[in-house]
Design a protein around this ligand. Structure first.
Ligand SMILES: O=C(O)CCC(=O)C(=O)O
Ligand SMILES: [Fe+2]
Length: 311
């Protein structure tokens, strides 16, 4: 079956015409929940270095990587350890990942991070810290435009505390090239899922595989390819933003298909402060369209979602 390419708009984060940018974001989030983000301020050179360091880490012997097993959502998660869609396949996803949590902030948050030994990978930590900080800053600017897109004050998400020490998580991903050989069921790179948080900023190395399904309730599901555009982030809305907006903005199902080619990507999940209360925005409900979800503390929401995925 031929798969068509999703027609996603390119949003310019540096455009001085913020209202028109916000309108384009609104349209993209209502239609697709996905768009490209250009002129985001993360330098090409830094992106290149982050991919290189990621590649170096995943090339280490397994016993070296297993010295940093994922704890508190930070560290290494080996091949097949995660399954984003247990209904479609009993085997885990054909990917390995490394998570980096907030690199600054109050309390001991930053200290929870695990880092490869500087003797083995001397520039790894500083590269990932810079990348994390830069993407976090782009995400903060994007979120003020998302507020405008929702007809709120630009600093709405700052005022409700979402961006006090936000939970920015970087997930480095490596999909090995070989195709899984299971006769009974497909083995995905990443099986169908939506992201949990506010918004995700993704970069891939250009190898194909990412697909989106706009209408998650429709059967059979229709998948469309999302190619990487050089210099742009692929941005998507997460479930928490869908909840905040009473489903006005879509948190779209996506997956990574195995292509037989090795693939690297870096997903940055921008999530609110755990104490932030997520409740239906006034601009997204009315008498005829009442809130579909009760208010929830962001931290409680995540705890439950992670329990369902990883336990
Ligand atoms: O690797 C990709 O292209 C997508 C990764 C993804 O969807 C995720 O990590 O949530
Ligand atoms: Fe995802």
């Amino acid at each position: 079956m031929t798969v068509s390419t999703a027609k996603l708009p390119v949003i310019d984060l540096s455009s001085p015409d913020r209202l028109s940018t916000a309108n384009s974001i609104r349209q993209a989030c209502v239609d697709y929940g996905f768009f490209y983000l250009a002129n985001h301020g993360v330098e090409e050179e830094l992106i290149k270095r982050a991919f290189e360091e990621s590649r170096k880490f995943f090339s280490l012997p397994l016993d070296e990587k297993m010295k940093l097993p994922r704890k508190e959502h930070r560290g290494y998660s080996p091949l097949y350890a995660e399954n984003l869609d247990p209904d479609s396949s009993s085997k885990g996803d054909s990917k390995e990942a490394f998570y980096v949590g907030p690199v600054r902030g109050s309390g001991n948050k930053a200290e929870l991070n695990q880092w490869p030994s500087p003797e083995v990978l001397p520039s790894w930590r500083s590269t990932m810290e810079s990348y994390h900080e830069k993407v976090m800053s782009a995400a903060g600017r994007l979120i003020s435009l998302i507020a405008l897109a929702l007809k709120l004050d630009e600093d709405y998400f700052v005022k409700v505390g979402a961006l006090d020490d936000p939970e920015g998580f970087l997930r480095l991903l490596h999909y090995p090239g070989e195709l899984g050989s299971s006769d009974e069921e497909p083995i995905y790179g990443a099986s169908a899922h939506s992201d949990y948080g506010m918004t995700t900023l993704l970069l891939t190395d250009g190898v194909a595989g990412l697909q989106v399904c706009r209408e998650k309730w429709r059967q059979p599901r229709v998948w469309e390819d999302v190619p990487q555009i050089h210099g742009c982030f692929i941005v998507n809305i997460g479930d928490m933003m869908e909840r905040w907006t009473n489903c006005l903005f879509r948190s779209t199902l996506h997956r990574v298909m195995p292509t037989g080619q090795e693939r690297y990507s870096m997903a940055f999940f921008m999530d609110p402060n755990p104490d932030c209360i997520v409740e239906c925005l006034e601009s997204c409900c009315s008498e005829s369209c009442p809130p579909r979800f009760p208010a929830i503390r962001s931290g409680d929401y995540f705890t439950e979602r992670f329990r369902l995925t990883y336990d």
